[in-house]
Ligand binder design. Structure first.
Ligand code: PMT
Length: 423
């Protein structure tokens, strides 16, 4: 999608990644956007207004009290001018101010005064990003409707390694483009399963796995952002339900199966992200199992197979589009291709959970989306970004005519032959 004629207000705050703002301005202008750069005082220590003015073709704004600039376009006028505000990099200090609703400078004032969507690209030292206060502020900003892109994981300017690198300018450009796309799943019902299941052994013990729910919740959020009515059926993971998502909390695979079956008929799309236990204890002991049981040579647990939740949905007459996930540790692609066919799924998303940087309980993931006629890689990125990208691909593949802006997006680039439509 072109950004021709779109008014982008690019806020730059004081972090080393500020130098990448110049590349970003260039990308945005190349797409036809009109870019107004607003620098904080800190940002001006890292990148000069002259550079950004030359690239954007507009005088850079950096002062709420600049009478000359205010006379040309007052800050409220500027806030109204913006179709979208992107703050890249967004420092911990800037995020703290914004989360508090504090407006000590021009950029925070513009963010408060504007009705435009606000995208933030956090960038800071990994310890600052992990700090409880920053995480609290990030959660507040997300709950307030600001979209956080990144941060990425990796080597930092200070020599540390970890999460806190600003997302690359190309990823930010994608996010800006996506923000202008019409809702792709408008008015469709989408059900997402997420988190682990717990299979009770006795009143105090259970069998489970390491799923945190992060990937499933991110997908539920991305589907809601794409205009769908989303039901999230979640195993125990303690995450807050995303805005505009109905969350049904369950514990065991049988509970999840029942909750999904009860709602399957009204769904257009079911995405199984949950790490469902394949087996459960044949019987739950009524009382806590005593240690002495082992001494009596009775420490084994008989297991019975759980129903396959998504395969059952795929087998329904008039089944919705059903997309599964495959958590693999070896021969990931081949195993996933077989799993898709065996379960009768329209598509499957395979992630290699032997890599500790992705999959279970990490904030990042990398995956391949496989459908009957094609495959597309979803590169290593934050789980939210991967979720947004997956939803766009699924919309293109299975709901090409839904949403006002249908067709505006490029089709997924296939690794093999790709065709739209159900298998
Ligand atoms: O929750 P996170 O910490 O963010 O981690 C994300 C994740 C690693 C859990 C996620 O990305 C993922 O891979 N989810 C699928 C985990 C899994 O159970 O994979 P599987 O290969 O065992 O199952 C294949 C598919 O069948 C899955 O869609 C699963 O939801 C579904 N299934 C499995 C068993 C069962 N009885 N019923 C099912 O519906």
């Amino acid at each position: 999608m072109s950004l021709a004629g779109k008014h982008i207000l690019l806020g730059v705050t004081g972090g080393i990644a500020a130098y990448k703002a110049a590349i970003l301005v260039r990308h945005l202008c190349n797409e036809g956007a009109e870019v107004q750069v607003v620098l904080t005082q800190g940002a001006a220590q890292f990148v000069t207004p002259v550079t950004l003015q030359a690239l954007s073709g507009r005088p850079v704004r950096d002062d709420l009290w600049d009478q000359e600039a205010e006379a040309a376009m007052g800050h409220i006028e500027l806030a109204r001018w913006a179709d979208l505000i992107l703050v890249a990099p967004a420092t911990a200090h800037f995020m703290a101010n914004l989360a508090q609703g504090a407006a000590p400078d021009l950029l925070t004032t513009l963010c408060l005064a504007s009705d435009a969507p606000v995208l933030l690209a956090p960038a800071m030292n990994q310890a600052m990003w992990r700090d409880a206060a920053t995480q609290r502020n990030a959660a507040t900003l997300a709950a307030d409707g600001k979209r956080l892109i990144g941060p990425d994981d990796g080597e930092q300017a200070c020599g540390d390694v970890g999460p806190g690198r600003m997302a690359e300018p190309e990823a930010l450009l994608d996010a800006v483009r996506a923000a202008f796309q019409s809702p792709r799943l408008a008015d469709l019902n989408v059900l997402v399963t997420a988190g682990p299941t717990r299979e009770a052994l006795d009143p105090v013990r259970f069998l489970s796995n390491h799923s945190s729910g992060k990937q499933g919740y991110a997908i539920a959020k991305a589907a809601a952002d794409a205009g769908a009515r989303v039901t999230l059926v979640s195993g125990p993971c303690g995450l807050p339900a995303p805005a505009n998502v109905e969350c049904i909390e369950v514990t065991s695979a049988l509970d999840m199966h029942e909750a999904v079956q009860a709602r399957a008929a009204e769904q257009a799309l079911v995405i199984g992200v949950a790490a469902v236990a394949d087996y459960r204890p044949a019987a739950k002991a009524p009382q806590k199992i005593k240690k002495e049981r082992a001494a009596q040579n009775d420490a084994s647990v008989a297991l019975v197979e759980n129903p396959d939740i998504i395969a059952s949905v795929a087998a329904l007459p008039n089944a919705p589009v059903v997309v599964g996930f495959a958590a693999e540790t070896e021969n990931a692609l081949d195993n996933a291709r077989r799993k898709r066919r065996r379960k009768g799924l329209d598509a499957i998303v395979v992630n290699d959970v032997s890599d500790p940087k992705i999959g279970f309980n990490s904030d990042h993931n990398a995956a391949t989306l496989i459908w009957a006629d094609g495959e597309v890689e979803l590169a290593y990125q934050g789980k939210e970004a991967l979720a947004a990208s997956l939803i766009q691909h699924l919309a293109n593949l299975f709901f090409p005519s839904s949403g006002e802006g249908a067709g505006a997006l490029a089709k997924p680039t296939p690794l093999s032959v790709a065709q739209s439509g159900r298998s």
